[in-house]
Design a protein around this ligand. Sequence first.
Ligand code: IDP
Ligand code: MG
Length: 154
Amino acid sequence: MERSLILFKPDAVQRRLCGALLSRLETKGLKIVGLKMLQVTKELSAKHYAEHVTKPFYPLLEQFITSGPVVAVVVEGPGAVAVVRTMMGPTNGQQAAPGTIRGDYGVSRQMNLMHGSDSVEAAQREIAVYFTAAELMSYDSSLKGWVCAADEVK
Ligand code: IDP
Ligand code: MG
């Protein structure tokens, strides 16, 4: 079963959208297996966004992601990584279609509310950046048999 690392970024916390965003993930059928609020430090930002640290926009990204608390969530479900990326829409809220999270809630390239891992490998790396093994829950949901068919669950 796939897991993805989600962040509700400082803009989502400030705009009090965490509940709405979490609800969309749960309603989709994804299971929450980790959740916490934290302040991203410069060190943590560099670890998370390792692929971006040398890019020209990184100082602005660092300033943004460390500007206030975030909510980190790990969700689990069939194809969770791609499902979350599709739900979020493209990076820039101006291009994201209505119906996607970034399309419904934002108009910014930077303040786009939510991070979601872009590959299974990235998800594994990012989950370990934000969560210890003890902070991740393994449990069966009683809805399991109603979220997808048995032959769809690996
Ligand atoms: P993604 O979040 O859709 O995967 P990435 O290209 O990986 O987008 O960029 C990471 C984050 O950096 C974005 O979500 C956004 O908050 C910010 N960002 C991306 N491009 C720019 C830019 O050109 N200027 C400022 N911030 C940017
Ligand atoms: Mg990315």
